[in-house]
Design a protein around this ligand. Structure first.
Ligand code: C2O
Ligand code: CU
Length: 482
């Protein structure tokens, strides 16, 4: 479409419009201008040297020289135009995770848009919707590119401003790194922990080989290099949590405070759910709030074994308590109340279907005996059978996980309702775009196919599982499936 549309040279104007000059590149914040009613952002992907923590330097891949990349904020319905220049040695692309973009802007290589070759610029352009905590990330060679830093927050502000905004807001992006500079932290989540609310059975299952993550970061820094979050007594504080880790879950806990879950993948709950810990699977987002009512110095950290020690920890310090040592950390989630999908009551925002009703069953397996092959209904992508859908259809997906690892399944181009987890119906379905289906559990989802036409992916967001074939195609044809 707009590829190569005369802006391969940053700083030059776009399409001859005098108002459309692109601001200088390489700034830490995204260059932003409004032209033709569109919000314009310029991104450059390139290799950089990045310090995760003192003594821990890595060669990272970054948008605009920073990890994570710059947060983009726009109002819902705003036209967004993002020019990405690829200064990497390999092709790349951006997927707008949780955004209902047209298929040509979706960032899956050659489905249908080719990846951006080194030296080229591509302009992504779409209306920003729906509102909420979204993010953007590479969709090319994810084990290589995602794990090395090509991700960033995207926040779409609601059309009508929040009548009761929090006093303070922070965005926290979690990530996992292979530096080779410290001991790898084994993956504790394979045997299926997470949304049941308890810890998993623990290390008895053989794990498939995955990246040897040894460092975990919050906003690109590992503790003690994480930037402390400042709060003032009495404030209501919102945290936007984004899990950009390629393969790892996190079990988020704030010492001394309870967290109120208000949004799942950016979508509002009817009422906040108060918990002690929030499990967050790869690519999920949670907006949580807490009341700053215990002055002192605390930490937000990860209760999965080894991950706090490997860097996933950020100090939360009340004004007037700077320099106070942080309160001791809990090391286990025993006795804590954990968020689980079945506790939430979502606000449904699916449009009314205007096509057929369809239901498909997907059985996820693979990874046996250390294999890196993953299957849906016995087949591995690109050999998986496509699921035909038509415009306006109400599509139900029944996903059963017969493997030993959790699979955070993400749908492109649409949000869905989480209708049931392991046969247990939700009182009011959650709105999400990723559902973590645990070991030997199942999930039932529903979405309305109102983003025509195209081949939309539904895949596990764990990078090696996606690359090992855990990918289905929802094959969307105008006028309905043949
Ligand atoms: Cu966030 Cu296909 O991915
Ligand atoms: Cu998976």
């Amino acid at each position: 479409m707009l590829a190569g549309a005369g802006i391969s040279n940053p700083g030059r104007s776009l399409g001859g419009s005098p108002r459309a000059a692109w601001a200088a590149a390489d700034s830490p914040a995204p260059a932003r201008q409004v032209a033709d009613g569109a919000e314009q952002v310029e991104l450059i992907a390139q290799e950089i040297q990045w310090e995760l923590a003192p003594g821990k330097r890595v060669t990272a891949l970054a948008y605009n020289g920073q990890v994570p990349g710059p947060e983009i904020r726009v109002r819902q319905g705003q036209r967004l135009r993002v020019a990405l220049t690829n200064r990497l040695a390999t092709p790349t692309s951006i997927h707008w995770h949780g955004v209902d973009v047209p298929i040509a802007m979706d960032g899956v290589p050659n489905m249908p848009t080719p990846p951006i070759e080194p030296g080229d610029t591509f302009v992504y352009e779409f209306d920003a919707r729906p509102a909420g905590s979204r993010w953007y990330h590479t969709h090319f060679a994810s084990t290589e590119q995602l794990d090395r830093g090509l991700y960033a927050p995207l926040y779409i502000e609601p059309e009508t401003p929040d009548p009761n905004p929090p006093d303070r807001e922070y965005t926290l992006v979690f990530s996992a790194w292979v530096t080779g500079l410290s001991a790898p932290v084994p993956d504790p989540s394979g045997g299926g922990m997470m949304n049941g609310g308890g810890m998993m059975s623990g290390g008895m299952m053989a794990q498939t080989p995955g990246p040897a993550y040894d460092t975990f970061a919050v906003n690109g820094k590992a503790y003690p290099a994480t930037a402390p979050l400042t709060v003032t007594q009495g404030e209501r504080v919102r945290l936007r949590l984004i899990n950009a880790s390629g393969m790892r879950h996190h079990l988020v806990h704030l010492e001394g405070h309870r967290l109120r879950v208000t949004h799942t993948d950016g979508n509002a709950l009817q009422a906040p759910v108060e918990v002690d810990t929030v499990p967050i699977a790869p690519s999920e987002r949670y907006d949580v709030e807490f009341t700053a009512d215990r002055p002192g110095a605390w930490s937000l950290h990860d209760l999965l074994p080894g991950q706090t020690e490997a860097g996933l920890r950020v100090p939360i310090v009340y004004v007037g308590h700077e320099g106070t040592p942080e309160a001791p950390l809990r090391t286990s989630a025993d006795g804590l109340r954990s968020w689980a999908y079945v506790q939430g009551r979502g606000v449904d925002r699916l449009p009314d279907p205007f096509g057929a009703r369809r239901a498909y069953s997907l059985t996820l397996s693979g990874g046996m005996m250390g294999s890196s092959v993953w299957t849906i209904n016995g087949k591995s992508f690109p050999s998986t059978d496509p699921f035909p859908i038509g415009y306006g259809d109400l599509v139900r997906l029944r996903v059963s996980n017969m493997s030993m690892e959790a699979h955070p399944m993400h749908l492109h181009g649409h949000s869905f309702r989480v209708v049931a987890i392991s046969g247990r119906s939700l009182a009011a379905p959650l709105m999400k775009d990723t559902v973590d289906v645990r070991h030997m559990e199942s999930a039932e989802l529903e979405f309305v196919a109102d983003n025509p036409p195209g081949d939309w992916l539904f895949h596990c967001h764990k990078t090696t599982h996606m690359e090992g074939g855990l990918v289905a195609v929802l094959s969307f044809r105008q006028g309905g499936p043949a």
